[in-house]
Design a protein. Structure first.
Length: 370
């Protein structure tokens, strides 16, 4: 009987290990998920609860799958106890949530990233880097001389000078802050200078700010980011052109008596006028602060006793035109300045501010040897 029992049990083992081994392996393999079907979001060890005694293997498989993808270890894998206890412990302790990462670790990661991306820029030698300066046609185009193609044509026509030498080839590099650039003999304003012409109305004070709250030149300037100042002055009741700029040297030379920049005025007076009035003004009218002389005088319009005369002079004393004509016996009813050097008022409306063209700026600079 013992032998028969041994034979029966042995036969069972033989059947498992022998002929039925491949079939059993196929059955076990069929129950396993394929690699592409595996789930790596490790949660609670529900498999341990369902499989009962196989909770240990189920927990081990879940931990292995989670670890393969860097996932957190669940309570089932930490418990290590077979059966349903491991699964229950995992559900009670973790429920599949990862523990909080310490702040020191985050700080180290941030410091490493900063060290990686905030590296100082390596300065290459000038022989291997970009050439110094900018191309001449680019500088001319930015200064308002036209498109780059038009500026290249100016260079081809030998109309451009750099530091007194005519440029004969394309591609010359210049430094706008240091080099003197001229087109047709006129200096090109290549720096960030501003030049405006304002037709000042009567009653406006010739200051950028007025402590008494009166209307002043600063009220007409919309660009407050750059400090502008007026070139010379006009009487409060005198209308006409006045220049505003941030080019200090140009403004200084335009108002200095040494350079003798002329100003032209139209004055409305009452006649009749003697024929020698122009000669008297050119010879000089004695005033309390010395003689004042006009460079030119002419009658523009005459309607009955109403005369419109033009006076040109290079002096800039206070109320100079009004005082000269009043001393000659002809008080001024209305006075308008029509020219400041080569810059004409033209048909610019009263109170309008316009930006001067690059040609006008060049003429002003040539007027004062800049």
């Amino acid at each position: 009987m013992r032998s028969s029992g041994r034979n029966s049990s042995g036969g069972g083992k033989g059947n498992y290990r022998g002929a039925g081994n491949k079939r059993d392996e196929k059955q076990q393999r069929a129950g396993r998920p394929r690699p592409e079907e595996r789930r790596y979001d490790v949660g609670g060890s529900d498999g341990g609860d369902e499989r009962g005694g196989r909770g240990k293997s189920g927990a081990r498989g879940a931990a292995a799958r989670g670890g393969a993808k860097g996932g957190p270890r669940t309570g089932a894998s930490q418990g290590g106890r077979p059966g349903g206890q491991g699964g229950q412990g995992g559900q009670q302790r973790g429920r599949g949530q990862a523990p909080a990462r310490p702040r020191e670790y985050d700080a180290k990661i941030e410091e490493r990233n900063r060290a990686r991306y905030d590296k100082p820029q390596v300065k290459t030698p000038k022989t291997f880097g970009e050439q110094e300066g900018e191309r001449l046609q680019k500088v001319l185009a930015r200064a308002g001389m036209g498109s780059r193609r038009a500026c290249e044509e100016l260079i081809d026509q030998a109309r451009v000078e750099v530091n007194g030498k005519v440029v004969m080839e394309q591609g010359l590099r210049v430094d706008p802050a240091k080099d003197e650039i001229k087109v047709d003999g006129l200096t090109v304003a290549t720096q960030s200078y501003l030049f405006f012409a304002l037709n000042k109305p009567a009653g406006v004070v010739s200051t950028m700010e007025d402590p008494d709250g009166r209307q002043c030149l600063g009220d007409y300037v919309t660009n407050r980011e750059t400090r502008l100042f007026h070139v010379g002055r006009l009487d409060t009741e005198t209308e006409g052109i006045i220049l505003l700029t941030n080019h200090g040297e140009l403004a200084h030379r335009l108002t200095h008596p040494r350079y003798g920049v002329t100003k032209t005025y139209l004055a409305a007076i009452q006649g009749p006028l003697p024929r020698d009035l122009g000669k008297r003004l050119k010879d000089g009218i004695p005033l309390e602060d010395g003689y004042a002389r006009a460079d030119n005088f002419r009658v523009v319009e005459n309607t009955g006793k109403n005369y419109l005369v033009e006076v040109t002079l290079h002096e800039g004393r206070k109320h100079i035109v009004r005082r000269m004509l009043a001393e000659a016996g002809f008080p001024v009813d209305k006075l308008v300045r029509t020219h400041f050097g080569p810059i004409a008022l033209g048909d610019q409306k009263s109170g309008w501010l316009r930006r001067m063209t690059n040609t006008e700026v060049g003429m002003l600079m040539r007027e004062v040897d800049l």
